[in-house]
Design a protein around this ligand. Structure first.
Ligand SMILES: Cc1cc2nc3c(=O)[nH]c(=O)nc-3n(C[C@H](O)[C@H](O)[C@H](O)COP(=O)(O)O)c2cc1C
Length: 338
């Protein structure tokens, strides 16, 4: 097997040839295992260079890659480190990023340093984040100016509003919506001052909700689809333990399903963050290639573990993602699309 020492070329070659013989029996595939999503086109391929980009205009910004770090954290002790690492990555490679819920800043600025990462982002977009329940409450109290101040405070380029009825229901201390998210959004959007993106948090959304969102004056939709991190399940793990609720954990829509629904609707220039269960760049590339409207690939939990460690770990993780994405782009085409 591959030794860690640098060997003379002839020894290295001999070692490799030995490996090939030793591993050949284990390296066999079955024709039924083939990934049928793509045509494989090696004749048009060259390996990505370090300087290669996939320039993408998104929400008025020019990104070097169609990648978005989905909203995760803030308001907890690890958040500063995680958010700084993620924002540095976005600044270095021109990616977009959503902050985790900035709710704590509505009433108290003591945790502002966990969210104040715009300075690391360079010219990349940073979006603030808030739950629909807080928007409903602020509107009811005529205090939505607090939200506008919060967006300014974190120097965000826009606001992501998450719609999470099941999470709130499963959360012991969760909020209850008194009016529908659609009504709240319509009221909020009468007087908003910055681009707004609406997302779910791991359940996705059905066709009626997507159609309604496409008719609102928002800049974009983040799928937050089923198939990855799921906040209803997460709240259940925190101890909901109600057999009458548990079945709801598995309802929702995958990113693929949502992409197909969006393709069948007039998307009215809305831009889309394809997120929720994007486990590999092959999945992201497939969905981005399928979706007819302008989009980026969003990932949350995949970035969490490397971001928790240190910047170098996160950067190396990203470089391997980037290489996979650029390789997919130049080597693979969606079947039926060529
Ligand atoms: C630790 C963690 C915290 C999150 N916090 C938020 C949040 O505050 N607001 C939000 O809109 N989504 C939040 N999400 C949901 C993600 O933005 C995303 O929609 C979801 O995790 C699905 O993406 P994934 O499968 O790539 O993890 C969080 C996700 C994780 C993993």
């Amino acid at each position: 097997m591959k030794s860690s020492k640098k060997l003379p070329f002839s020894d290295e070659l001999a070692e490799r040839k030995g490996d090939h013989i030793a591993l050949a029996q284990r390296a066999r595939t079955l024709s039924g295992e083939i990934d049928t999503r793509f045509n494989y086109e090696p004749l048009f391929f060259s390996h990505p260079q370090e300087s290669d980009t996939w320039k993408t205009k998104f929400l008025g910004f020019e990104l070097d890659y169609p990648l978005w770090i989905s909203s995760m954290t803030g308001g907890t002790n690890h958040a500063k480190n995680i958010n700084e690492n993620l924002a540095r990555l976005c600044g270095e490679f021109h990616l977009g990023m959503g902050l985790g819920s900035c709710r704590s800043l509505l009433t108290d600025c003591s945790r502002l340093n966990e969210f104040a990462v715009k300075k690391y982002m360079g010219s990349s977009p940073l979006y603030a984040n808030i739950g629909i329940a807080q928007v409903e409450e602020l509107l009811a109290n005529n205090s939505e100016s607090l939200l506008h101040e919060m967006v300014k405070m974190v120097e965000a380029d826009g606001l992501i509003i998450h719609i999470n009825p099941l999470q709130e229901w499963f959360q012991p201390e969760g909020d209850r919506f008194k009016v529908s998210p659609l009504e709240t959004l319509k009221r909020f959007l009468e007087k908003f001052e910055y681009p707004v993106v609406v997302k779910e948090v791991g359940q996705g959304m059905g066709p009626r909700s997507l159609r309604a969102l496409l008719e609102l004056p928002i800049a974009g939709i983040e799928l937050g689809a089923f198939g990855g991190t799921n906040f209803t399940l997460l709240e259940n793990l925190r101890g909901t333990n109600d057999p009458n609720r548990e079945g709801f954990i598995l309802v929702g829509h995958t990113a693929l399903e949502m992409v197909e629904v969006l393709n069948a609707l007039p998307t009215r220039n809305k831009e889309i963050i394809i997120s929720g269960g994007i486990k590999t760049m092959l999945d992201g590339y497939e969905l981005k290639s399928k979706l007819k409207t302008n989009s980026v690939i969003g990932m949350a939990s995949a970035f969490l573990a490397p971001a928790l460690k240190d910047y170098e770990t996160l950067r190396n993780y990203f470089l391997s993602q980037r290489e996979a994405l650029l390789t997919a782009k130049s080597l693979l085409e969606l079947r039926g699309e060529a």
